[in-house]
Design a protein around this ligand. Sequence first.
Ligand SMILES: NC(=O)c1ccc[n+]([C@@H]2O[C@H](COP(=O)([O-])OP(=O)(O)OC[C@H]3O[C@@H](n4cnc5c(N)ncnc54)[C@H](OP(=O)(O)O)[C@@H]3O)[C@@H](O)[C@H]2O)c1
Length: 335
Amino acid sequence: MKIAILHGPQDLRIEEQPLDTSQLKPQDIWVETRITAMKIGTDRGNYEGAEDVPGAPIFPRWVGDSNLGIVRKIGRNVRRFRVGDRVVACLPHQSEYIASEDGPVVAVPAGVADEDAVYGFLYALSALCFRKAHYQVGENVAVLGLGVLGMGATALGRAYGANVIGIGNSTLRLEMAQRMGARHTFLYNDPNLKAQLAAVTQECGVDLVIQTANPWPAYQTAVEIVRPGGRVSIVALPGRGEPPLDFNPLDMKWFYHKGISLIAVAGQSGEIYKGQDVRFDRNRSVAHVLQLMEDGRVEPKRLVTHRFHYTDIKQAYEMAFQRNKSMLGVIFRWD
Ligand SMILES: NC(=O)c1ccc[n+]([C@@H]2O[C@H](COP(=O)([O-])OP(=O)(O)OC[C@H]3O[C@@H](n4cnc5c(N)ncnc54)[C@H](OP(=O)(O)O)[C@@H]3O)[C@@H](O)[C@H]2O)c1
């Protein structure tokens, strides 16, 4: 089995590791990978050697968490999958794997293209930004940071009936956000940003900011542009890999006086469904976004700007490292 292993900052190698597929445990499935997708923010952060994220492994470590493949063999008790199923998994860049059927693996509906489905877990995270913030249909939603997660939130926001406003730091990304469904786009440092937002929200203001950019200035923009009483849904990891702050992120002028809510996009959502099991656990959330793809409501493959064979993975990470703005959706082929 081939797997991409990061041995330290910028030291990414494809390695051969043993994988015994001859005898599966009763609940295991064996999957051969077709494609994987890069989650630039997280993947680049690890590649740069930004400080560890809680729960993530230290070096040497695997990378990637969007894997699409075909089930080749199943254990005798497996019920959710059959041999030949296409599945998307929150698992690393690797040529094949064995996983429990209860793991982060979801079957892909027949009508959904590989390059859409591979973004299932990423889009589920973008969906969590809405769900955790109790998004209401028709709200003014500013997506701050236009990487893959931001583009996912943009496309979903459009499908969910939001007035989506994309805010980024490059005109190229603003154009991409328009193609993904943003009704309005602005640069974060537009001197007239507040007036522009007032105009495109009919003076109601931004109800919900979805913050997908890590740098502190992005957080500052988020708390400045959200309307009084609004919510900021933070999927980014503010300040990851940056020096300490020179401002107070909970300054009264933004937090108490405006009475805003800061929401961590982590864990699970669905607390309105009391008394049931977790209604929108991660796999169910992935099934939801796959359904939107099947219905043609979102099409993540529009994000794809680059395709590489897995043997060129290092080249792709180097491009991301250079913060090449033309690079957004990156697919690795594992044939
Ligand atoms: N909560 C979770 O479970 C979870 C899971 C996965 C990822 N994350 C976090 O979510 C972040 C987003 O992921 P991603 O893959 O979409 O990352 P990404 O590709 O880095 O997207 C963030 C985008 O925001 C831009 N940006 C930086 N500063 C900005 C500012 N002040 N205003 C507007 N835009 C700004 C970045 O530009 P530059 O490239 O020029 O900086 C980049 O284009 C990741 O960095 C990761 O840390 C969280």
